[in-house]
Design a protein around this ligand. Structure first.
Ligand code: MLT
Ligand code: MN
Ligand code: ZN
Length: 308
């Protein structure tokens, strides 16, 4: 059995509400008219309810651990955290590593590319390799996640590259596709050892090629990049000029959006995660929210639990 908890469901650059934003959604959340505040995207998974694997270390990690009893220590110095996997090097997925620097053993998994980014940034040396071995994921292979000591956690993953781009803070304005390479962004299929039910987590994904569609089975639950509802909503909200595709994300709506692109793919459950604070789906009475529900999609939310 696979247990998953969603500590954070909001996109990077701020969570919900964002500290410096009073767009209609942030304002509605701040005034208590549109649901609870949400922290930045991550999930934790466990096969035994004892040892947990965190996927993406968000800047809100301290608050997320405090809000998640399964992650509380059970001894003077202890953590149920056995391993961390990061799916890209964006700030919202790696900054939380800096808060995990307390000589607590866990294993750190990422692509070789993302490891090279962390290795090149001396500040990440606070996550001491003596306690935290850094291990590359083997793309397109089922592999067990092991803890720092090399013991199996009971969690198996298969990672695969997805269309995306290099982390915002690593963009090279003079290079083609800002210097992005395939291993900059991965998706992950997670299962408990001995079980076939899979949870897909794709918090950053810029397209749905047939090769990605072919990975999904009708028994799979999918947590998919829900950054924006429309391509230009950030500009329309007056919060920035970047389109969804320029940021390496696929929109929810429209003929080329995620909902349409996955409509003919049978799935057990489809949920959005990594949702930006400009996205009108946050507003319970919005047309966008009604439309995603009509199309069979839900929003994940902070504290959501899934059992597969
Ligand atoms: C993204 O998903 O596009 C990034 O998290 C944005 C950011 O780092 O601010
Ligand atoms: Mn992000
Ligand atoms: Zn906002």
């Amino acid at each position: 059995m696979l247990r998953a908890i969603v500590p954070g469901v909001a996109a990077g650059s701020g969570g919900l509400p964002q500290w410096n934003c009073a767009c209609p959604v942030c304002a509605a959340v701040r005034s208590g008219q549109a649901g609870a505040p949400q922290t930045q995207s991550s999930i934790v998974v466990s096969a035994d309810g004892e040892r947990w694997v965190l996927i993406n270390a968000s800047p809100d990690i301290r608050q997320q651990f405090a809000a998640t009893p399964a992650l509380h220590p059970r001894a003077v110095r202890h953590s149920p955290l056995s391993a961390v996997l990061v799916t890209n090097a964006d700030v919202d997925h790696v900054a939380g590593l800096l808060s995990l620097r307390e000589a607590q053993p866990f294993a750190l998994y990422a692509t070789r590319r993302v490891h090279s980014v962390l290795d090149a940034n001396a500040i990440f040396n606070v996550v001491n390799r003596e306690h935290v071995p850094r291990r590359p994921v083997q793309l397109n292979e089922s592999m067990p996640i092991l803890d720092a000591a090399g013991e199996a956690t009971g969690i198996c993953i298969e990672t695969f590259t997805v269309p995306g781009k290099v982390a915002l803070w690593l963009e090279d304005p003079n290079a083609e596709r800002f210097g992005s390479v395939a291993e900059d962004t991965i998706g992950v299929a997670i299962r408990a050892e001995g079980s076939e039910a899979r949870l897909f987590y794709l918090p950053g994904c810029a397209d749905v090629p047939d090769s990605l569609k072919a990975r999904f089975k009708p028994t799979d639950t999918v947590l998919f990049d829900g950054t924006t509802y429309t391509e230009h909503e950030m500009a329309e909200a007056g919060v920035g000029q970047k389109s969804a595709s320029r940021m390496g994300h696929l929109v929810m709506s429209g003929p080329q959006g995620t909902i349409a692109r996955l409509a003919d793919v049978p799935l057990a459950r489809r949920l959005f995660i990594h949702i930006n604070n400009t996205n009108p789906v946050w507003l319970p009475d919005s047309e966008a929210r009604r439309e995603i529900a009509r199309q069979g999609w839900d929003l994940a939310f902070d504290g959501m639990e899934l059992t597969l």
